[in-house]
Design a protein around this ligand. Sequence first.
Ligand SMILES: Cc1cc2nc3c(=O)[nH]c(=O)nc-3n(C[C@H](O)[C@H](O)[C@H](O)COP(=O)(O)OP(=O)(O)OC[C@H]3O[C@@H](n4cnc5c(N)ncnc54)[C@H](O)[C@@H]3O)c2cc1C
Length: 476
Amino acid sequence: MKRIIYWFRNDLRVHDNEGFLKATQQADEVIPVYCFDPRHFAETSLGFTKTGVFRAQFLLESVQDLRRSLRNLDADLVVRTGKPETVLFEMAQMLDATAIYTSKEVTQEETQVEADLTKKLKTKNVDFEQFWSSTLYHPKDLPFWFAKLPDVFTDFRKAVERSSKVRPTFEDPTEILYPAGVEAGRMPAINDLIPLATVPEIDPRGVLPFRGGETEALKRLQAYIWEHDQLKVYKETRNQMLGADYSSKFSVWLSLGCLSPRRVYEEVKRYERERVSNDSTYWLVFELIWRDYFRFVALKFGTRIFKTPGIKNDLVTKWVRNVPLFQKWIDGTTGVPLVDANMRELKETGFMSNRGRQNVASFLAKDLGIDWTWGAAWFESQLIDYDVCSNWGNWNYVAGVGNDPRENRYFNIHFQATRYDADGSYVKHWLPELEGVPAKQVHQVWTLSRADQQRFGAILGADYPMPIINANKWLK
Ligand SMILES: Cc1cc2nc3c(=O)[nH]c(=O)nc-3n(C[C@H](O)[C@H](O)[C@H](O)COP(=O)(O)OP(=O)(O)OC[C@H]3O[C@@H](n4cnc5c(N)ncnc54)[C@H](O)[C@@H]3O)c2cc1C
């Protein structure tokens, strides 16, 4: 009798899930499990929870959706709360499991859990098998060892495009033999995970009313590519900041594995065959290769991606650790409209565009000189698409301690604002106090005369803050 526990982690899907499929094919009985790890919801040293309410809610919805899908397949999803290395170990013994299958993670906290669990399972002769499920390219298909991973993205991309193939997706399981008498357990409520938390309301100003789960992920894939027909213009729209369709928004589902990157790839290829193949269709895949790259970078550099000196091991830059300034950045009250609008969007919805992320990260690290790891930690807490490798990898990059081939990359926030929000509609969307300020002046409100402030209904220091840095440097 072969009984396999399939431990779902950041692969909350039935489609293209090699490990889960193999478990269903190889076992006489399969017990799918998800375990909420209390450490993921603990308070950080910066005073906020490692997982904030938007992300927690999205996770709950994703697990709930997976449970629904498995129930539709006459199985179930066992849900537990506790340290997975303890919960899974006890469960394996109690249920007489012969093996635990799961997906493979790459960063320290996750691999530590894997190591602790394996060690315990060995003593009971329970197998532990892991499957790679998170990237477009399988690591075994890369044309180099991780130690030799190119330090420049373009070199990596060209090499994989030349020499590697994206593997086809795996089929869905046809039959899951779930044993009788296994108590599936109750889904936790949000305040079981984060004390006193309530289900966050969906802000109608947000880009999309995001809902977690594979079902929503596949709906969005269909809507963005086929119904809204947006893929053919992706390259021209991807730097915008307002609306549902300027970019795919796939990241929120990719991050928890509700959506497989190979599934996205196959859909792009089908679109290219059936509708159009152009720079835009290529560019979405190009961006997915960035995502892969950060995962492999995390494998190569280990815990360095989380540390202030970064991948580069920059021991020269002196970082500021100023809590009140950091709080102004978090709250979107820096007096720099583009930064504030983006930070308020993040705080009120759990999402921010890529253009926004680059600007606010650069502002924190390069203009305020604040320890960039604080910013990355805030993003980790807030972003519903938080992905450990993409987040910390991008922050390394923008803060100038990563593997950016361009030395001293710097975002002139005023230039960025006038280029990507020329009519000011984005900042006015999130900063209604600036509604009356003409587009030409809205990105440099700090230069308004007292008379103009009164005329436009935006008094500096009362309706909207004075900038916390010398913002005139950008105007020179
Ligand atoms: C400071 C900073 C932090 C970030 N943190 C995260 C994070 O925690 N999780 C996350 O998924 N992305 C992160 N990104 C990357 C990027 O901003 C988001 O992937 C993107 O905004 C998601 O929106 P989308 O799905 O509409 O993207 P699209 O433009 O539609 O791109 C398609 C997909 O490509 C991938 N992608 C696009 N850009 C990048 C990139 N720069 N790096 C890695 N993958 C990319 C994503 O999976 C995305 O879903 C971060 C970027 C910055 C600058």
